[in-house]
Each structure stands twice: as structure tokens, then as C-alpha cells.
Design a protein around this ligand. Sequence first.
Ligand code: ATP
Ligand code: MG
Length: 146
Amino acid sequence: MKILVPVDGSKYSVEALKTAVNLAEKFNGSIVLTNVQKRVVSRPKSMEFDVEEFIEDDPDTLRDRGRKLLDKIAEQMEGSSFKVEKCLLLGDPAEKILECAEDHKPDMIVIGSLGLTGVRKFLMGSVSSKVVSHSPFPVLVVKTKK
Ligand SMILES: Nc1ncnc2c1ncn2[C@@H]1O[C@H](COP(=O)(O)OP(=O)(O)OP(=O)(O)O)[C@@H](O)[C@H]1O
Ligand SMILES: [Mg+2]
């Protein structure tokens, strides 16, 4: 069983990963860890002149950040019986998670209900909502106990 796990580094995504690891161990599975680095485009507020319209994070910096996160997480799973793959993408998180799913055709996506923003009054974050709504693959949403 191939399980795709989107991770943003939040405790919620770590919780989702724990669930995925349990499933992978039980069902002779493999895990695809996916991280998307959001390309934040911002207009500097204090800029009086239209010299530079937007400031965008440097792709290399973003890739570096994502790779470090994926390496750290994968490190914790070293020595496990299942295969772990890493998938790092830049762009809109939900869109890219779904693209990565199209590539890997997982049996299941295991995702956290919330993420780095983590506002508890919301049942789900925007990324998990979009993935649940648009994924052609089954999605398991892992809720963290209070
Ligand atoms: N950039 C990302 N890369 C990979 N997975 C992500 C990313 N962002 C979110 N996820 C996945 O989606 C889950 C829910 O996070 P989501 O971003 O939807 O919630 P939030 O951060 O609380 O709210 P929002 O981002 O809408 O402000 C996370 O636990 C994680 O599994
Ligand atoms: Mg988020």
C-alpha cells in the first residue's frame, strides 16, 4: 500500500505521519513524504516608488528549506521496514500535493486536519479542505486530540 503524507512541519502533520507509519507497518506499505514550499509574493509596504513591484522568496532558499525538513523527518524513520520517498515542490500547497499524488498514484493520502496556522476553531485548514475536496484518491484526515 502506497501512502502519500503531506508534511508542513506542524505537530498536526507529525500526528498524521504517525498514523501513516502505523498503516505502512501493518499493510506492508511505503510512504511518500511531500512538502510544498509556498511561494510568498509580497509587496513591500514602505516602498514609495515602483522600483520593485514584488519581493519573492528565492527558489533555492525555498528548496533548501523544504529539503532540510524532509531529510529531518525521513531521518526519524530510518531503520523502518518500509520504503520512504521524498517529494519536494514549490507553489500552491494543495495544488502541488494533488500533482504529486497524480505522479505517485497513492492508495491513500494521510493528511493533518490543521497545519502551521492551526486555528482550532476551524475544523480543517485550507490545504486539507482543498485536498479532501479535489483528490481522486481516498484521503484520511488525522485529527489531533486536544
Ligand atoms: N506546505 C505544505 N506542504 C505539505 N503539506 C502541507 C502543507 N501545508 C499543509 N499541509 C498538510 O495539510 C495539513 C493541514 O494544514 P493546513 O495548511 O490546511 O492548515 P492550517 O495551516 O491550520 O491552515 P491554513 O494554512 O489554511 O491557514 C497539514 O497537517 C499537512 O498535512
Ligand atoms: Mg497551513
